[in-house]
Design a protein around this ligand. Structure first.
Ligand SMILES: Nc1ncnc2c1ncn2[C@@H]1O[C@H](COP(=O)(O)OP(=O)(O)O)[C@@H](O)[C@H]1O
Ligand SMILES: CC(=O)N[C@@H](CCC(=O)OP(=O)(O)O)C(=O)O
Length: 299
């Protein structure tokens, strides 16, 4: 059995102690890249969004290179509803027809991206909003998705993209300046077509390509939970396989866990799925001894 603890909130009483704990982490991560996936489900509360933006600015100011990749699933759903559509997901991927793609691009590349950029900038950061179309830095092709119970058979999920190439030079350039890249998960095809890519997939691949020290995925659960709802604090590939096979992991957790595992196996030193609903979860995870979620191990 993976390590099991009860989900719990972080004790806010130890503030000074926690601040002092940060020093070795600041030294260790100085000038290192940390990819932060900010899930749409974690960005619902204005106060938490504000805390998130402050945390990102603080990480930059103490010498790390935070790179933010955001989602926006629920926000897309809200706009789809306004045009009388309801989202459909297959194995955690949104079925994306042409009209849905327009809405996705509007919400991810526009509304959500600009909101995060503004919040970070209000707190003194220099965030720059991008989609994979900027300098064509995320190239994609149509995802050929295998049917769950009939591998070999394909299911058409429309304009969902599979990443073919990420050019890290634009992000490296921004990192070297004082800038904080904020990336919407949209890719561009060989013919200039637009692809909707799951944000966890973009974050995981980007962390690999940038040789990030850490990948932190902020979501709306305490981490990965077992069937009884207990937090699993550490997971090996074998344990993940078992959880997928017995149906403990489903929906949006599927692309999340497989991206996290790929990143861990491909050189990202530590990968964590954490609760974005905990105030300052990001600082706790990166700069203290108090990790707040599930660590994904490479073996
Ligand atoms: N075993 C599990 N542990 C935790 N969450 C799970 C599990 N299986 C499925 N989920 C679902 O995955 C969701 C997180 O993925 P997703 O909805 O894509 O969030 P995000 O917007 O943060 O990427 C959780 O809210 C939960 O409903
Ligand atoms: C292909 C696919 O599913 N794309 C996602 C992109 C946004 C996303 O991943 O948002 P969250 O991180 O909030 O789930 C979507 O359309 O919802």
């Amino acid at each position: 059995m993976p390590g099991v603890t009860k989900p719990q909130d972080v004790n806010p009483a130890r503030k000074a102690e926690i601040l002092a704990e940060a020093l070795p982490y600041i030294k260790r991560f100085f000038d290192k890249t940390v990819v932060i996936k900010y899930g749409g489900n974690a960005m619902t509360d204005p106060h938490l969004k504000d805390c998130f933006a402050r945390d990102v600015v603080l990480l930059k100011l103490v010498g790390l290179n935070p790179v933010v990749v955001h989602g926006g699933g629920p926000q897309i759903e809200t706009l789809l509803a306004r045009v009388g559509k309801k989202g459909e997901f297959i194995q955690g991927m949104r079925v994306t027809d042409a009209e849905t793609m327009e809405v996705v691009e509007m919400v991810l590349g526009g509304q959500v991206n600009k909101e995060i950029v503004s919040l970070i900038n209000q707190h003194g950061g220099k965030a720059v909003g991008l989609t994979g179309k900027d300098a064509s830095f995320i190239r994609a092709k149509k995802l050929l998705m295998q049917k769950e119970n009939a591998p070999g058979d394909l299911v058409d999920v429309g304009m969902v993209g599979e990443i073919t190439k990420i050019d890290p030079s634009l992000i490296a350039f921004l990192d070297q300046g004082d800038f904080i890249p904020v990336i919407a998960p949209i890719g561009v095809g060989d013919e200039g077509e637009t692809y909707n890519i799951n944000a966890d997939v973009v974050a995981g691949k980007l962390a690999e390509i940038l040789k990030a020290e850490k990948l932190v995925l902020l979501t709306n659960t305490p981490g990965v939970l077992d069937k009884a709802g207990n937090l699993l604090t550490g997971l090996t590939p074998r344990q993940i396989d078992d959880l997928v096979t017995d149906g403990t992991l489903s929906g949006g957790m599927l692309p999340k866990i497989s991206s996290a595992l790929d990143a861990a196996r491909n050189g990202v030193k530590s990968v964590h799925i954490i609760d974005g609903r905990v105030e300052h979860a990001l600082l706790l995870e990166i700069l203290t001894d108090h990790g707040v979620g599930t660590m994904i191990k490479s073996k």
